[in-house]
Structure formats: structure tokens, C-alpha cells
Design a protein around this ligand. Sequence first.
Ligand SMILES: [Zn+2]
Length: 309
Amino acid sequence: MNAPTMHETCPICGHGGLVVLEVASHLRYDVCGKCGVCIKHVESASAQEDFASSQNAYYEETIEDPFAEPSAIMRERLAHRARVLQRYIKPGSSVLEIGPGGGQVADWLLRNNCDYLGCEISKELTKRLKARGIPVVNNDFEMLPSVDAFDLVLSFHTIEHVPEPQSQLTKAFSIVKPGGFFIIATPNARSWEQRLFSKLSANFDVGHLHVFSPRSLVMMAEAAGWQVHASSTSEYTSDWLRILSKVLRRFRNEDEVASAGKYSRMAASGGADRAISLISAVTAPLRLVQASLGGGNEIVLVLQRPNAR
Ligand SMILES: [Zn+2]
């Protein structure tokens, strides 16, 4: 399919061969054949409006917990985050997290005696986090003052949502101390799920304005001045389960946008933990192989701000 696209050339690598991928009737992406980035066709007048409307739909207008999922899945993700984070923190490390979400990483960092601050754009989520005693400011990350004050900045599944991902990389660079780190986790456009079943990939989501490949993310990071310290992929039990849930929703003719999250909430309340733990144990070796070959559904990129010379 070679329809004309909104972006004639790739804004990241300059390649001219962007191809339209129609995931669903209201969900299309321009896919770069060179660096692999996928850029969503925005439904509103601008990416900024698109971002605002999906933020509202997800986090401000819902009374249900937008992060509800089976605790086995939550534990698995946190254990992986902790394995990565423990290499980059020590007691007293100053850490800023963009979009703390449900606050699991915040809790872990506070337990490990870090000097933690969350930056949350949603008023509703800020209220919930503060009520739990987590230090958080209600602000747009890109509006924070550019003072190099932090040892570590974290962006776990936020960069795919923001209209200007390059600005997030530039802002993070300006608030990290020289020699400090920026860790990004985001869906992987080169995962096995996405390469094999692109139209069923959960990475294509109304809230995801970009889906990055490792290569496209590294190109953007280097343009902002970062050095790549480590790059890997991770694969969670939930990743292939999401593909199954999408097949099920298509089979039942359910609206994919409206029903997104419904199954994870059902599983969260239905005590599916034992089944998921079993699936997790059985699939662990396969997932390890997938992740180590770079095909995991999540990119984990650790960037370092070079020391001043
Ligand atoms: Zn490109």
C-alpha cells in the first residue's frame, strides 16, 4: 500500500519512503521503511489536540482505575524495572519520573531511599498519587525549569504518547546532571508481535502518537546530545495475551477503542493471577529468547549525558 501520506519524508531519518498502515478504520500510521518509526495520523487539527483528547479519555473522565491489571502482570513488570533501576541508583539519588501512572516505580524508589519526584500532567492522577504520599508535581514535563538537578530521569511508556517526543529528549537532557542517566521504556515497533501481526499489535493504540523502533529512538536521542549507555528489549507475559485479547474483541465485534482495557480490568478483578503466573512460568524461556534477540515488545534504552570537558 503506497498511498500518499501526511509526512512526505521521515522527520527522524529523512527517508522518503513512508508507507500508510491502516490498523483500523480510525487508526492509521505512516511507517518509515528506513528507521522503522510509526507516526499516527492525527484525528484532530493537531497532534497537541489529539494528545489532550486521549489523555482526557484515559485519565480524567474515567472513574475506573486506568491502570488496573492482574497483580501477577504488575509484579512481573516491576521486577524487571527494579532489575534495570538498581544499576543506576544509590541511596539519596535524585530521580524524576515523567508520568508516574499508578505509582509502582515511585513506591519502589522511595523504599530504596531515593529522593523521588514525579511529574504528572493529569490533575486526577496527581491527586491520587499525592493521596498515597508520593511527591509529585502537576505539570507538563516540558514546562519544568531547565536546571541540571537530577541523577536520573525516567520515562516509562510516556514518549509514545507525547506530541513532540524530541522535546522530551531535549528537556530530559537539560535537567539531568552531566554524567547522569535517562531511562526510556516504550513499545517496540520491531517486536516479533508487531512484525508478525502488525494489525493486531497492541502498540498501535489511539493514545500512541508514535511507535518507535530502537534505531529511530537512538537517532532522536543522539540528536539531543545523549550517549547510548545500554539498549535492550523486554518481553512480558501480557504482550502476547494482548494480541489474543484483540483477536477475541474482533471476533466478538467489540469496539476496540472503547473496550481497550476491559479485559485487563476483568482479569484484575477475576483472580486470574494463578493462570497468568502459570503462563508466565511456561513461557519464560521463550520470552527470554525473544527479548535477547531484540524482538521483545518493549524497548529499554539507557542514555547518559556526557560529562562536561
Ligand atoms: Zn525514518
